[in-house]
Write a protein that binds this ligand. Structure first.
Ligand SMILES: [Zn+2]
Length: 230
């Protein structure tokens, strides 16, 4: 008799197999429609429960099992780690972005889903960054303004979904366009760095590359004045 398993059942089986290798005998796992591609877990001695982003629901079972192993290893060692290579490759494929980016955009409530703001068009900043050799063109990247003027964080990048959002607080003729361009440049650096399980990092090397923007000082000055973060 062939028993067909649903995506959730496959996921749980893969996590249970990986869990046994690390001494976890009670493992639960299910897909969850998070907006972000992320994995949440709870655990105690011998048991663990995972909620895995449903963006991974059509991933190969082997990829899922590798991911589960990396997660258990991370839990055991408490160390930051990278996503398994095969998973990264799959997520970096044009097919993945083509399929998941529209879902991500639908789930994002605060995006205008339009690069044209009331003052500035993000595509102009993007083209300038390409022309000056600051960044390479990525045909899959989706640029959008936010709907509400987030002042806590003016730039946002989903590396997996290749979506960059800039707070519409900067879409104001009082603020020069190079500020928007600089924030966009910062987010494009994250995109170029690719996915990391430890989140987006601003290490020394990142700061060095950031300063390659000809207006970094003036832009940072503006951001300080507006007391916002990127
Ligand atoms: Zn950043």
């Amino acid at each position: 008799m062939v028993i067909e398993m649903s995506g959730d059942a496959c996921l749980e089986k893969a996590f249970q197999r990986a869990g046994r290798e690390f001494g976890y005998n009670a493992v639960k796992a299910e897909f969850s429609p998070f907006r972000e591609l992320k994995i949440r877990w709870q655990r105690s001695a011998g048991w663990a429960e995972f909620k895995v982003s449903d963006y991974l629901s059509d991933a190969d079972e082997i990829i899922i099992e590798d991911l589960a192993r990396v997660l258990f290893m991370r839990i055991a060692q408490g160390k930051r780690s990278k996503y398994p290579e095969e998973l990264q490759e799959w997520m970096a494929s044009p097919d993945f972005v083509k399929k998941k980016q529209p879902v991500f955009l639908r789930r994002s409530r605060n995006l205008s889903r339009d690069p044209r703001g009331k003052c500035y068009d993000l595509r102009n900043s993007y083209e300038r960054l390409i022309e000056t050799g600051m960044v390479e063109r990525d045909p899959e990247v989706f640029l959008s303004w936010t709907l509400r003027p987030n002042l806590r964080r003016v730039g946002y990048c989903s590396v997996f979904m290749k979506v960059i959002a800039i707070s519409c607080a900067l879409d104001d003729k009082v603020i020069p366009e190079f500020v928007t361009e600089y924030v966009l440049y910062h987010e494009l650096l994250h995109l170029a760095d690719g996915p990391s399980m430890s989140g987006q990092v601003h290490d020394e090397e990142f700061r060095r590359r950031e300063k390659m923007h000809p207006m970094w000082k003036e832009a940072e000055e503006w951001l300080r004045r507006l007391s916002v973060d990127i």
